[in-house]
Write a protein that binds this ligand. Structure first.
Ligand code: ADP
Length: 212
């Protein structure tokens, strides 16, 4: 089963994506994670992406399409995959449709996380990230140790600074919201869930959309 997660930054796609992936026994691919790892390792991909990411802009479609193609060719995702933040522009949705068709597959569910803008700013500005594992945490002080005791320190991601958050939300409205209209127009199986409330409540709603 190929599931596309769609929703603004801070909607909880990462957390819920992990849970859906675990329930279905398939991997999750997050382009944000792939790009951050590339930045950390200083690869060509990372050097190309860093400026866009720090400002809260989208990296060019061609870069994402390359990552998408590579990810979908991995044997690990033969039974399905959860795509978290992988599709953020209409050309990317078209690209994914082409790639899946070439592989004789299709997107089975487009799962949309519905949530109000004010809540997103609150969530993202309160979020910290482990500087070693790059994992996000909520409810922990900046500068403190990673709650997983990995030896890392909790920092604020460059694109979780207030100005960058507002910019990302505008980018979402301008470039990613039209992706939903594209999927609807192309007859995709689109499911909306209320992304407010506890992590556990949202997980129940999310799993129901994939038949779990
Ligand atoms: P969020 O969804 O919270 O904005 P992510 O961690 O998923 O954050 O992604 C971080 C950044 O990586 C994005 O702001 C963007 O610069 C880049 N990125 C990730 N996925 C894509 C994509 N599909 N298209 C363009 N840029 C992307």
């Amino acid at each position: 089963m190929i599931v596309v997660l769609l929703g603004p930054p801070g909607a909880g796609k990462g957390t819920q994506g992990e849970r859906i992936a675990a329930a279905l026994g398939v991997p999750k691919i997050a382009t944000g994670d792939v790009l951050r790892a590339a930045v950390k390792d200083g690869t060509t991909l990372g050097l190309e992406a860093k400026g866009f990411m720090d400002r809260g802009d989208l990296v060019p479609d061609a870069v994402i399409l390359g990552i998408m193609k590579e990810a979908l060719a991995l044997p690990a995702q033969a039974n399905g995959v959860i795509l978290d933040g992988v599709v953020r522009t209409v050309p990317q949705a078209e690209g994914l449709a082409r790639v899946t068709q070439e592989l004789g597959r299709k997107v089975d569910v487009v799962l949309v996380f519905d949530i109000a803008g004010e809540l997103l700013v609150e969530r993202l500005s309160g979020r910290t990230t482990c500087d070693k594992e790059q994992k996000p945490f909520t409810g922990f002080e900046r500068g403190g140790p990673c709650p997983n005791n990995c030896g890392g320190v909790l920092v604020r991601r460059q694109d979780d600074e207030p100005d960058a958050i507002l910019h990302r939300l505008r980018v979402y409205e301008a470039q990613t919201a039209p992706v939903l209209a594209w999927y609807v127009a192309h007859g995709a199986n689109v499911a909306h869930i209320d992304a407010t409330g506890s992590f556990a409540d949202v997980t129940v709603r999310a799993l129901a959309t994939v038949g779990r």
